[in-house]
Design a binder for this molecule. Structure first.
Ligand code: ASP
Length: 355
């Protein structure tokens, strides 16, 4: 009887141990399931400038907000489905280049010669590979040509006729320059020209450091994207028609790696918009990466500092910045900047003014 009681107790002990063990195993399995997915994130801009709520109709505002949301949703889907940050950047920029709302691709601004000349660049943070095109006039989607320069040529930048010839070799669709023209941008050019005449400004006054007020202040619409994919790779891209009434042949910061675009997996991805000559002189995009790498600043601190320094030099504009952990910063010193993001948690946010 005593013996039976003892073995019963032993069985109970073993059963209890098994119950505890299985709870432990279930808990472990649960924890494994809860391991967080690697962060993905995307941020976009559609140009910085003097856009103010009082100057925009509700329809215009809605058109911008919904296009920015559509672009962010597309980019986030690509990243969520395991696509690369490079693909997300290219595809989102194509969408914005095809929209006449923005100063990139269709709807880009006019040069002083009444033509459209486009600049674009793209960069991958893992390899530091980059591609760029400048002053192209017949390439429907300059960002895709920039990517081809990166992937299919030994170069980083091609310009003008050479870039167009390379586009043809690569089988890209050529479009007449008129494809990019829109009445709104034509009116902008006429206004700029007549203001220039009124001020009797010499072309020199359009250079940085020229007469205050001679620089067009109300121009915006450049597009840019920064993205972080599931593999932890950052990418950045920028596309623009430059600035209304720019001297033909002028190239801005957008296709200059380190000025308007930069991506390095160790620090951040950047796309800039604003008065290009200042971004070039301060090498703004790389400056932000360097402030993070060498001074240990956060992406927010580094981006804020670069825009502060831009302002001190007399430049206007903003950047979108994304670090390897999915933190986003979007500082600007203009009245507004078309911008938006989908953060690590999948939250979509779109803004225009200084909200
Ligand atoms: N940064 C562009 C350029 O200077 C223009 C812009 O972003 O508005 O060409």
């Amino acid at each position: 009887m005593k013996k039976n009681h003892k073995s019963l107790q032993r069985y109970r002990g073993i059963a209890l141990l098994l119950v505890v063990l299985s709870f432990f195993l279930i808990e472990c399995a649960g924890q494994e399931e809860k391991t967080p997915e690697p962060p993905i994130a995307i941020a976009i801009h559609g140009g910085a400038g003097t856009m103010r709520k009082e100057n925009m109709t509700a329809e215009q505002e809605e058109a911008y907000r919904s296009k920015l949301t559509e672009a962010l949703t597309l980019g986030h889907e690509i990243l969520k489905n395991g696509g690369s940050s490079l693909d997300a950047v290219e595809q989102v920029i194509i969408l914005l280049e095809d929209s006449p709302l923005f100063n990139a691709g269709k709807g880009a601004v006019f040069t002083n010669a009444g033509t459209v000349e486009l600049d674009a660049s793209i960069m991958e943070g893992k390899t530091l590979q980059a591609g760029a095109v400048a002053a192209v006039k017949h390439v429907k989607n300059p960002v895709s040509l920039a990517r081809l320069v990166m992937e299919k040529s030994p170069h980083v930048m091609l310009a003008g006729e050479g870039a167009e010839a390379f586009a043809q070799e690569q089988g890209m669709e050529a479009v007449p320059n008129e494809y990019f023209h829109t009445p709104r941008r034509w009116e902008d050019l006429q206004r700029e020209k007549s203001e220039e005449q009124q001020k009797n400004a010499s072309p020199k006054s359009l250079l940085p450091g020229g007469k205050p007020g001679a620089v067009p202040q109300d121009l915006y619409g450049t597009v840019g994207v920064v993205a972080l994919d599931k593999s932890g790779n950052l990418a950045a891209g920028t596309s623009t028609g430059g600035r209304t009434n720019k001297r033909w042949g002028r190239v801005g910061d957008s296709p200059i790696i380190g000025a308007g675009t930069y991506a390095d997996n160790r620090t951040c991805a950047i796309s800039a918009t604003g008065h290009g000559e200042y971004f070039m002189r301060l090498v703004v995009a790389h400056r932000i990466s360097a402030l993070m790498a060498y001074r240990g600043l956060s992406v927010n601190e580094a981006a804020e500092q670069a825009i502060r320094e831009l302002g001190e030099l007399g430049g206007e504009g903003g950047v979108i910045a994304l670090d390897k952990n999915g933190n986003i910063a979007m500082p600007f010193n203009t009245a507004g900047m078309y911008r938006g993001y989908v953060d690590r948690e999948g939250e979509v946010w779109v803004g225009i003014y200084g909200e």
